[in-house]
Ligand binder design. Structure first.
Ligand SMILES: *[C@@H]1O[C@H](CO)[C@@H](O)[C@H](O)[C@H]1NC(C)=O
Ligand SMILES: *[C@@H]1O[C@H](CO)[C@@H](O)[C@H](O)[C@H]1NC(C)=O
Ligand SMILES: *[C@@H]1O[C@H](CO)[C@@H](O)[C@H](O)[C@H]1NC(C)=O
Length: 182
């Protein structure tokens, strides 16, 4: 199942095709210790996911924000990256990449698609997301009437009472000294 990527631009390397394979998506396995609080789920964007699925979903979005690639994107809801086959939309016969920062071979595959500086930022973001999931799990039961704790793609938000204003620090891994003037 060779994946044609001839129309792709960006950082795709010729070696990528052999690195891609269809990957059975499981949202039930967990590598992170879970607690019973809040169902042991973590929120990534608007999705409430089990920790393993959260890690892959958030890390896929980290890639999208860090790499800004036209040819590889985070799936909107599934915990993987997909290669855009001739700029069609969602994966049907397209290939996927597993954005697992705890797996050296997965990291190598993902990082083969971007320069090393982007690879480092991507991994920092993924690790920050993992810490955010732990923070969410340890935060205890949600209080009624609060905006839910969440990882929004690059920042970690705690439960916030409705009508109040919360601030978080701009993450160092997404500083764009050149691109921010776009
Ligand atoms: C992409 O689409 C163009 C025109 O629609 C077609 O000629 C080309 O073969 C396609 N390439 C791939 C890799 O599917
Ligand atoms: C790492 O990822 C590769 C490819 O996705 C997989 O075959 C391997 O089993 C994974 N290793 C671990 C320790 O999960
Ligand atoms: C949560 O708050 C809403 C609005 O104040 C209220 O209608 C609802 O009954 C509350 N739910 C619980 C479980 O306390």
């Amino acid at each position: 199942m060779g994946i044609p990527v001839s129309g792709a631009s960006g950082y795709l390397s010729a070696g990528l095709a052999i690195l891609l394979s269809l990957f059975p998506i499981s949202t039930t396995s967990a590598t992170t210790p879970t607690t019973t609080r809040d169902g042991g789920m973590c929120r990534s964007k608007s999705l409430l996911l089990e920790p393993r699925a959260f890690e892959l979903h958030s890390c896929a979005w980290c890639y999208q924000y860090a790499a800004r690639s036209d040819s590889i994107r985070a799936h909107p809801t599934q915990p993987y990256l997909y290669v855009i086959n001739n700029r069609t939309s969602l994966p049907s016969d397209t290939a996927v990449l597993v954005p697992d920062v705890t797996n050296a071979s997965d990291v190598k595959r993902v990082c083969s698609t971007v320069p090393s500086a982007i690879c480092e930022r991507w991994q920092e973001c993924c690790h920050a997301a993992r810490r955010c999931c732990q923070r969410q799990l340890q935060a205890g039961h949600r209080v009624n009437g609060t905006c839910a704790r969440t990882w929004d793609g690059w920042s970690c938000w705690d439960d916030t009472p409705a009508g109040t204003v919360e601030y978080v620090t701009c993450p160092t891994f997404f500083r764009y000294p050149v691109l921010s003037s776009e």
